[in-house]
Ligand binder design. Structure first.
Ligand code: ATP
Length: 235
């Protein structure tokens, strides 16, 4: 039996008195295009951060491709590409240098052919030698996507990759993420835009106050929205 791409069981996380994750169960199958929706503060980033080992959960099980994020972190992390929400880079590295450093983090040498392919797909070839501080916000966002891909992870989690991105660039990113999914990557996308989730995702989980309040195929969820039986506001 193949393991799920992502398995999260009874995830909890508290920041002081704030319960950011209040018992989240989630399973994403290999090859799925899965949407994680919810209003500001719902817990989406916390969930992703715990999955990628950046935040220590209080409880629960987190697995990527069958590898436990706590006890088998190396393999779990190898299987996961994360596109974070924050545009944080060292401003003095060039795009290519950053991608080489990221490759080195995963112990990959001589990765330039793959880096070139990623840059071409993200329309960043002309910027390969440019320092990060000279890039626009939209370009930086694409570099974040490139960074997540350098180690060819089968599972890719994108935390609001199109936030603050213009319509044209958003369409370009959608196309590329769709291509990754067609090529066999499992995709998990967090977004505030129902339109985005509707266009891309096969299934959606809605998170609110650290809990999954709805989980269904996109089609079924939209039907429930239309009949007003789902009272989850996205923003
Ligand atoms: P958004 O859509 O605005 O990005 P989100 O669904 O990703 O929100 P989180 O960022 O996971 O939500 O935040 C969940 C809750 O945890 C929020 O109330 C937030 O203020 C709180 N929180 C997140 N990180 C921390 C932290 N490091 N310290 C204290 N509280 C935090």
């Amino acid at each position: 039996m193949t393991s799920p791409a992502i398995r999260i069981v009874s995830a909890t996380k508290r920041y002081g008195s704030l319960q950011a994750l209040a018992g989240v169960d989630l399973e994403v199958a290999q090859g799925e295009f899965f949407g994680l929706l919810g209003p500001n503060g719902a817990g989406k980033t916390t969930l992703i951060s715990a999955l990628s080992g950046l935040v220590r959960p209080d409880g629960g099980i987190f697995e990527v491709m069958g590898c436990n994020v706590v006890s088998d972190y190396r393999n779990a992390r190898r299987n996961l590409g994360v596109v974070p929400q924050e545009l944080v880079f060292d401003p003095f590295f060039s795009v290519r240098e950053l991608l080489r450093i990221q490759s080195g983090y995963f112990g990959i040498r001589d990765n330039d052919d793959w880096i070139d392919e990623i840059l071409a797909n993200l329309d960043l070839t002309a910027k390969a030698g440019a320092n990060m501080r000279t890039l626009s916000g939209g370009m930086k966002r694409r570099v974040l996507v490139a960074q997540a891909l350098v180690h060819r992870p089968p599972v890719i989690v994108l935390d609001e990759p199109t936030a603050g991105v213009d319509v044209e660039l958003r369409q370009g990113l959608w196309q590329f993420i769709r291509k990754l999914n067609r090529d066999g990557h499992t995709i998990v996308l967090t977004t505030h835009y129902l339109e985005e989730a509707e266009t891309l995702c096969g299934r959606i989980a809605m998170l609110k106050s650290g809990k999954v309040v709805a989980l269904d195929t996109t089609e079924n969820l939209l039907r429930r929205f239309a009949s007003h039986s789902l009272s989850v506001r996205l923003e």
